[in-house]
Design a protein around this ligand. Structure first.
Ligand code: PD2
Ligand code: ZN
Length: 286
């Protein structure tokens, strides 16, 4: 090494990179001295480098939004205000991309809401949730509502609604679970959870035999409480008001928290909240 050694562009680049990586000018000077550089050559090499030391690394591109291709849901590419769901023109009130959430207005008539409640009322029992340890069902303290399931196509209102949902969400009727109806009394809630089945739980393979994973949820409000009872998405600070006839739809392309589909039913503060939930599977649900 000698004082006459040329300061090549590569050396300059290397020095800038070292500074950017957090090495100090004195530490670089010491390293160059150890390598046999003379002080005047070091001065020359470091000239002007200090000023440009802060090389800001290129910002990470934002994570790509998950694709909704191959999932249930309407085509929103032209930002429609209404969607023709066959027998009804449904409003698009609000949309979010990640998580994919759509709030639909005028999804059900008052008569349909009342008809579903009347048919469900006598069959209510304290809600069970799928027990992922075993694949069976169990009482769950996270869910303090009462509920029941209709069979697919069980009565005229259920059949009509299932047909409408299939058109609206472009997903075959056969891929849907039977409609679930829930009643929340004052104080009742559904603590935040994911609707997909946790792949890490031992009971999940048994559950998946009936139609694969859940890929989307539609919660429809049949009766609004006096206060409280919104559907919350804690990861994104969203709360959907439980307005009768309205529905909140969300989809998830994988059974994973990165979908940001953590959601819950906030405690009902007064009155009674009734909802109907339709879960959609990857394949025919049998
Ligand atoms: O009733 C709700 O708002 C609610 C919230 C979270 C319903 C469900 N999940 C569900 O039925 O999965
Ligand atoms: Zn849920």
């Amino acid at each position: 090494m000698s004082a006459g050694q040329a300061i090549s562009p590569e050396l300059r680049e290397w020095l800038v990179a070292q500074l950017a990586a957090g090495h100090s000018v004195p530490s670089l000077r010491a390293a160059m001295q150890t390598s046999g550089w003379r002080d005047d050559a070091i001065d020359l090499a470091l000239q002007g480098i200090e000023g440009q030391a802060v090389v800001v690394p290129a910002a990470e591109p934002p994570p790509a939004e998950p694709s909704t291709a191959g999932l249930p849901g309407p085509d929103l590419s032209n930002s429609p205000l209404y969607i023709d769901a066959g027998d009804r023109r449904v409003q698009v009130l609000q949309t979010m991309r990640h998580p994919r959430v759509i709030v639909f207005g005028d999804l059900l008539s008052d008569e349909e809401c009342e008809g579903l409640i009347a048919a469900a009322r006598q069959r209510l029992a304290r809600s069970l949730t799928v027990e992922t340890q075993t694949g069976g069902e169990a009482l769950n303290v996270d869910r303090t509502s009462d509920g029941m399931f209709f069979e697919r196509g069980e009565n005229a209102i259920v059949t009509r609604l299932e047909q409408r949902i299939a058109v609206l969400l472009k997903w075959p009727i056969e891929f849907g679970e039977g409609l679930q109806v829930l009643r929340y009394a004052p104080g009742a809630q559904y603590r935040p959870h994911y609707d997909y089945f946790d792949p890490g739980e031992p009971g999940t393979p048994t559950i998946l035999r009936r139609g694969g994973q859940r890929v989307a949820t539609l919660v429809m409000y049949l009766q609004e409480p006096g206060q409280g009872g919104g559907t919350t998405f804690p990861d994104v600070g969203l709360e959907v008001a439980p307005k009768r006839g309205t529905g909140v739809f969300f989809s998830y392309d994988k059974p994973d928290p990165t979908t940001r589909t953590l959601h819950g039913g906030a405690p009902v503060l007064s009155g009674e909240k009734w909802v109907a939930t339709k879960w959609l599977r990857e394949r025919e649900f049998i």
